[in-house]
Design a protein around this ligand. Sequence first.
Ligand SMILES: O=C(O)CCC(=O)C(=O)O
Length: 186
Amino acid sequence: MVVDGVDYVGGFLSASDCDAICEALDAVAWDTTLKRRVQHFGYRYDYRARTVPADAWLGPLPDWLQRLAQWMVEYGHFDALPDQVIANEYLPGQGISAHVDCEPCFGETIASLSLLSTCEMVFRRAVTGERRSLMLAPGSLLVLKGEARYDWTHEIPARSADDVDGEKRPRGRRMSLTFRNVIRSL
Ligand SMILES: O=C(O)CCC(=O)C(=O)O
């Protein structure tokens, strides 16, 4: 295990599942407020205030996301049905900075599906400075619980290629879907 509390499930989605999800995401308008484009489902997350505000409810997850949320429960990754999902789009050169998902906002499980292109995710433990990394392949599911959820930050370095065994592997367009349970709306 790369970090205690990480569960990496390669091939969680089939190629046709991945295609259908990408099509569903591109059928909806992307939010362009951040450097990378995002879509929020279930509840809006406020990046500036770092919270799920009181008026954040956007409505139930669309059916296709609800089905994926049910799979997460059926496969034992979540106890309760996730009710908040953020889709991120990363073009080569884009990433997400080191963070721990908002502790008072979200439950103890965070799970991300990777789509389209592989990238490196870096984990850092603040108290010791340890650094670990994991390649996230399209169709994989990454589940963070326990130490991985609370004691390590995770990030995707903003670069256009990753180093794999000494070789540069160019990134393509990547999308991800991160599932969470909202536990508190301010
Ligand atoms: O894109 C990913 O795989 C991770 C996304 C993430 O860390 C987040 O939305 O907080």
